[in-house]
Design a protein around this ligand. Sequence first.
Ligand code: OKP
Ligand code: ZN
Length: 341
Amino acid sequence: MRIFYSEDHKLRDAKTELHGGLLVTPFEGPFRAEWILAAVREAGFSDVVSPRPQGLETALKVHDAGYLDFLSKVWRLWKASGAEGEAIATSLPVRRSTQRIPNDIDGMLGYYANATETSITDGTYEAALSAMRCALDGADWLNAGNRFAFALCRPPGHHAGIDLFGGYCFINNAAVAAERLIEHGAKKVAILDVDFHHGNGTQDITYQRSDIFFASLHGEPANAFPYFWGYADEIGAGAGEGCNANYPLPRDTAWQAWSAALADALARIKASGAEAIVLSLGVDTFERDPISFFRLTSEDFSRMGAMIAAAGLPVITCMEGGYGVPEIGLNVANVLMGLEA
Ligand code: OKP
Ligand code: ZN
């Protein structure tokens, strides 16, 4: 297992998240990657490398060019507008509204947002690029014939859609990794999203594609973010019909029910003919996660890794969520050890 990690994640250090009617310190902060890196090193994973500089050519196959351009300039335009705080979207296009892109930065922010909890700051784009590069190098590690890579991506990516940011995500690292595997010749790749939250951005990107099978296990959208995506009847469309599998699960779901859904997802992935798995790993399914409602234990994360490895495919793991508690490090290390066991 080679681990791809960039210090540049620290460039994303927002001071605000809109939560419960207050601007609070974000749940998604630099401490997360530091704790996870320390725990995986502690567990004996010592092959940690920095990603190479790479451009946007692969990202442009999964994201809209205007969206990536927006990400690159939003902070400068926001500051130039005279705003004093971090950039927070307040006006979003909705049912029956126009979908034209405003010139004004406040309007543009809303156009590209799928949620408003996520503030954009100086350095956010650079950090998102560094996370993307971890995913790209992780994918290339598999392309070189290795079985396991861990891209310690921060910020995470699975809520970032074709032209949408939100849910702490800006560039969809897992989708970029899948695209890089396809560039190298894979005919079919699976993205398996085990974060507590539905991977709506990944679904958005892959929904009409037949070359990426997407499966997500998550809190049922009627009761959990991102609320407007993730139902079981979302099965893909057009060429991608049948290539999207959602497993919405209720409050207090523990290993028995969760692992039954995982077994089904893995069977569908095998049946799809996928040549590799991109694992969107969130450990916010943990019983003491501060913003989620599943009941997995630290031992369950080892079982999770072992079950996924038993599918027999190469796996690039991309870090997604997992918050608040020190166990996030142990839980990630347990997945990685389970994979290699
Ligand atoms: C990101 B990842 C909070 C509602 C919004 C956003 C959660 C983003 C999770 N009041 N919460 O999937 O772990
Ligand atoms: Zn999550």
